[in-house]
Design a protein around this ligand. Structure first.
Ligand SMILES: [Zn+2]
Length: 261
């Protein structure tokens, strides 16, 4: 099996590049995921290019989906590697875009989102989509017909529940990672505050209490996101989530109106 660029994805911020003698960590919380020797591995942009070969990396990243683009807060360590804008499906670039979107949808529903503990069961792909995922994993390519099948499955899903559209699932994924970062940061702050020798114990207790309340809010919002598959504008504002402007909106809607609320 040849090495193949699968996607750009979120990884823990302190995780090291998969190349054993590479000293880089994924500072931006994002990495290039390559199917190498039959296993998914997360590489820094420099090693991703080395592992695949520069020309192949450049070619494959025009179709490998970037699952991180709806998150806007983190520093981007590879801006020059982002794909350009595509518009017309009849052009070569448009075909790449359609394939890239289909691959993104396939990986989100068949692999990436179902692996999040507690996520609503509706994101789990049905057998036909799983079959296409395994085909792609083994053959590393999809025919035009298979791409169309994925597009049709997305359309059928959106008819049942708008939250299952690709754009919204990208929001769910980005929102989840932003909230996980806040959760980890708060846990660390609470730990440090508890270890600190406070001159005024009352002030210390109050500060720790505030952090605990914030932490509970983050937990609640994560629970809501995973079960409902959207966040309300109020939740996003309360936690200052840096995401695309029309995150969690129904396709075609101009304003961010929370569904069912
Ligand atoms: Zn590296």
């Amino acid at each position: 099996m040849k090495n193949c660029l699968l996607r750009r994805d979120f990884v823990p911020m302190d995780m090291r590049c998969a190349t054993s003698d590479c000293s880089r960590s994924h500072r931006s919380g994002k990495a290039w995921v390559i199917l190498a020797d039959g296993q998914e591995q997360a590489f820094c942009p420099y090693c991703a290019s080395t592992v695949l070969g520069g020309d192949i990396f450049r070619e494959q990243r025009t179709i490998a989906p970037d699952l991180t683009i709806h998150e806007l807060s983190a520093e981007d360590d590879t801006p020059w590697l982002r794909g350009g804008p595509y518009s017309n499906v009849r052009t070569e670039a448009g075909r790449d875009r359609r394939l890239s979107n289909a691959l993104g949808y396939l990986q989100l529903r068949a692999h990436v989102l179902p692996s999040i503990p507690g996520i609503h069961a509706s994101v789990r792909a049905w057998p036909a989509l799983m079959d296409l995922f395994h085909t792609y994993q083994t053959q590393q390519r999809l025919t035009d017909q298979q791409v169309l099948a994925i597009v049709s499955m997305e359309e059928a899903s959106v008819k049942k529940a708008w939250v299952l559209g690709r754009n919204n699932l990208m929001d769910v994924y980005a929102g989840y990672h932003l909230l996980q970062r806040q959760r980890r940061k708060l846990a660390k702050s609470i730990f440090n505050m508890q270890a600190k020798p406070w001159l005024n114990k009352e002030v210390g207790d109050q500060r720790i209490q505030q952090l605990r309340e914030r932490s509970r809010l983050v937990e609640n919002v994560i629970g809501h996101l995973l079960q409902k598959l959207y966040l309300t504008p109020k939740q996003m504002a309360a936690l200052d989530l840096q995401m695309r402007a029309d995150a969690f909106t129904r396709p075609g809607m101009l304003l961010s109106v929370p569904p069912n609320e």
